[in-house]
Design a protein around this ligand. Sequence first.
Ligand code: NAD
Ligand code: IPM
Ligand code: MN
Length: 364
Amino acid sequence: MDQKQNAQKPSLKRIAVIAGDGIGQEVIPQALNAVRATGANVEFSEFDWGADRFLRDRTTVPPDGFAMLGRDFDAILAGAFGDPRVKTNIHAKEILLGMRFKMDLYANVRPVRLLDAALCPLKGVEPKDVDFVVIRENTEGVYTDAGGVFKQGTPDEIATQEDINTRKGVERIIRYAFEYCERHTKLDGSPRHRVLMCDKSNAMTHAGGLWQRVFKEVATDFPQIETQHMYVDALCLQMVRDPRGFDVVVTNNMFGDIITDLAAALQGGLGMAASGNIHPGKTSMFEPVHGSAPPIAGKNIANPFGAILTSAMMLAHLGMTAEADKIEAAVLEAVRHQRTTQDIGGALGTREAGEWISKKINAR
Ligand code: NAD
Ligand code: IPM
Ligand code: MN
C-alpha cells in the first residue's frame, strides 16, 4: 500500500490543480467546492497550464514543471486538455501525456460503476451488475509516439507508429491489477475475485505473446484470484451484451483508452466517469475520463459529477476515506433525486448541480 494511505490522521495535503481547457474550467471548480465542503485538510494551488496560456506565451509546461509537481504536491487534480485553436494538440500532449509519462504514472485506474439503473442504456441492468474497474497501462504502447513519416507528401509516403511493450512495463501493470483485486471490494462490500486480461494477441502476436506470458507468470503469485482472457473485440461485444461478469480488467494503453469510453456509456456517459493516474508512493494525478468537449464548453451544461467523483478518488488515495465517502454519497443522492445536468436526465446547470452536492455534503 501507498505510504500516504497508511497515515492515521491525514496531515495537510497539497493539491496542484490544473483545470485546463473547455469544460475542464467548469467542472473542476465544482470538484474543488465538493472537497472544501467535506472539510478535508487540503490546500489547493492552481496552475494555468492549457490552451490559453499556450496561445499567449507558447508555454505548455514551464521549465522544471513536472519535477515541481512531484516535489511540492501530494496529488494533482486535472480537468481536460484540447482546444480547437491548437490544431496540433501539442499542449495537451505535453501537459497530459507529459504528466503520465514523465512522472511515470503507470497505472490508469478507471472505475466503472452504475449508480442508478436509470443511467444505463442497457435493459434490465442494475447498479450491482456494473461495478468493475479497468486498469490501463499508462506509459507505453502506441502512446510513446515512436515512429515517423518518410517521403511525406509523395505517393510513396510511409507512416509508422510503434507499439512499445517492455517486460517491466507489462509486468508492473499486471501485478498492479492483481494487487488491486486483492485489496479492493465492490461497492456492496463483496470481495473482488477475478482479473481479466484483454489484448489482441491473435493478430498482434509479438506484443500479445509478451502480455500472455507475463499474465500467466504473475497469476501464479495470486492463486486465490481467478484469471480470464478476452480479445478486445470480443470484450466490447460482451460489455454491451452483458457487463455482469467484469471485475478487474487489465489492458494496454490504447485498448484501455477505447474500452473506458465504452464503459463510461454503461454508467451514464462520459460525464460520470472518474480516473486516477497512479504510481504508488509518488505524486499521482486524478482527472475525469472525459475531454474538453468544445461544443458544450462555456454553456454551464457539462456534467460535473465525473470530476467530483474523481476528487473523491483522489481523497481516498490520500487516506481521506471519510471525506471521499461523503462526496460519493452526495453524488449518489443527487443521481437518485435527479438533481443532475441534462445529459443524465436532470434539469440543473453545471454550477447548480455542483452547488447541490456541496450543500448536501455540508448538511451531513
Ligand atoms: P470529449 O470527452 O470531450 O467529448 C465526447 C462527447 O461526450 C461529446 O459529445 C461531449 O459533449 C460529451 N461529454 C464529455 N464530457 C461531458 C460532460 N462532463 N458532460 C456532458 N457531456 C460530456 O471527447 P472529444 O470530443 O473526442 O474530444 C474533445 C477534446 O478533448 C479533444 O481535443 C480531445 O483530444 C480532448 N480530450 C482530452 C482528454 C483529457 O484531457 N483527459 C480526454 C479526452 C479527450
Ligand atoms: C483519455 C484521453 C487521452 C488518451 C487523449 C486526450 C490523449 O482520451 O484520457 O482517455 O487517449 O489517453
Ligand atoms: Mn480517452
